[in-house]
Ligand binder design. Sequence first.
Ligand SMILES: Cc1cc2nc3c(=O)[nH]c(=O)nc-3n(C[C@H](O)[C@H](O)[C@H](O)COP(=O)(O)OP(=O)(O)OC[C@H]3O[C@@H](n4cnc5c(N)ncnc54)[C@H](O)[C@@H]3O)c2cc1C
Ligand SMILES: NC(=O)c1ccc[n+]([C@@H]2O[C@H](COP(=O)([O-])OP(=O)(O)OC[C@H]3O[C@@H](n4cnc5c(N)ncnc54)[C@H](O)[C@@H]3O)[C@@H](O)[C@H]2O)c1
Length: 445
Amino acid sequence: MKVVVVGTNHAGISAANTLLDSDQDVEVTLLDRNSNLSYLGCGTALWVGRQIDGYEGLFYTNAADFEAKGAKISLETEVKEIDFENKVVYAETKSGEKLEENYDKLVLATGSLPIAPKLPGHDLDGLHFLKLFQEGQAVDKALATDDANVVCVIGAGYIGVEIAEAAARRGKEVHIFDAEAHSLMNYYDEDFAVAMDENLRANGIHTHFGELAEEYLGENGKVTGLKTTKGEYKADVIINCIGFRPNAGLGADHLEKFVNGAYLVDRTFKTSDDAVYAVGDCATNYSNAVNDTAYIALASNAVRSGIVAGQNILGNHVEGAGIQGSNGIEIFGLKLVSTGLSVRAAEKNGLKVKYTDIEDTQLPGFMPADENAEVKLRIVYEEESRRIVGAQMVSHYDVSMGIHMFSLAVQEQLTIDKLALLDLFFLPHFNQPYNYITKAALKAE
Ligand SMILES: Cc1cc2nc3c(=O)[nH]c(=O)nc-3n(C[C@H](O)[C@H](O)[C@H](O)COP(=O)(O)OP(=O)(O)OC[C@H]3O[C@@H](n4cnc5c(N)ncnc54)[C@H](O)[C@@H]3O)c2cc1C
Ligand SMILES: NC(=O)c1ccc[n+]([C@@H]2O[C@H](COP(=O)([O-])OP(=O)(O)OC[C@H]3O[C@@H](n4cnc5c(N)ncnc54)[C@H](O)[C@@H]3O)[C@@H](O)[C@H]2O)c1
């Protein structure tokens, strides 16, 4: 069996490794237009902000690793067209050489592209996106120039707040803009998002919410400012971070698509064509929070979808467990984690929900104050079924393990009442005997 994988980042890599690590005789060909693979974008802000020494550790594999496993891999090779009827992929290398690869099974792992609004001035120098390693390098270089004093970040989602922190750590005057009333509104309710807003401001970042970018201002081909719906701001560097869209053009009119253009896949990540699988950011996934198809662009989902598709290509029927969109962020030491739906997202999805909130300390009061921290938790549950559909937490304490448990609760459709009497261990070094998860669940209406 010959499998062609288009796109060799997290999703493509994980599908290819699943095939190559099996005991079956599978011929695997990998094609990617980029010159590198396996870049962990999550580390961009860490090295640009000089919290880690460099970017080298952000790549976890390379072409030679695949060749050593017997795969054929061509980087800087862009797939231009696919003949789905005759099962042929047409590609072109950077030097203009044309390639043709036939396949028995095809894995589309072409990921996502940053949303790039064509505002006036969009071709000025000094405008940046943050998706590829090379774009991270460009931002890093731009921040190193003597005349880069003011940085405007458009979008206060995950990439935006992370790069705003990095630019502030590099000593820049940073302004962050978002169309919403607060930062991180795609992940958190207002009561939690405000903690991040305050954290950004407390660390010197200027926040501008409810403000939409209208025009990139410039002189002599270089950006000098940003015009929004509320005013004009000086800018030496502008970084656009307003979300991703699926990169699913290769499927043309042949493959079924989701409302946002992503390849529509089943629980095995098979598309509407039996010979074609689609994984990672270019494809849909199944949300256990809404119990329906959803699109959530995350590396964590990409990796698991690649494994599932790979197993099914090998003939092992495996269904994905579905996703909750579990995520986390840490900015200047403040940690926010969430899974499933916020109240706002639940309502947008037509779910009638209630929620239970609690604020407490992580450890008992007798523990040293410098080891202890306040924690705020919200559990969101469906009014009628009482199943948990989401949770959010904010703290300076590392509460990430708690959100993993809530992720499982959403996946398994657990009710808030079952959670209330769950056996949670107690040790003063970790938590309280009558801890905030139990307390929040017990007081749920
Ligand atoms: C700055 C940043 C920080 C992030 N932080 C996190 C995080 O902390 N946690 C998390 O879970 N996620 C994070 N993400 C999101 C995560 O990086 C993506 O969800 C993930 O990269 C998706 O993997 P993928 O393999 O599906 O797609 P992509 O990473 O988009 O890879 C797609 C690949 O396909 C190739 N390709 C596309 N079209 C073609 C073509 N026609 N021919 C050949 N090759 C093609 C591309 O070159 C690319 O290599 C972050 C993203 C960014 C940008
Ligand atoms: N820690 C993590 O897990 C992590 C880190 C970085 C990125 N990612 C993922 O990568 C993907 C892309 O991240 P992102 O930060 O670009 O997207 P995002 O969805 O997190 O945030 C985009 C933000 O841009 C705002 N916005 C949209 N249009 C706008 C406009 N015209 N003007 C002003 N603001 C506007 C939105 O309100 C939103 O807050 C997401 O799926 C994200 O989850 C995850």
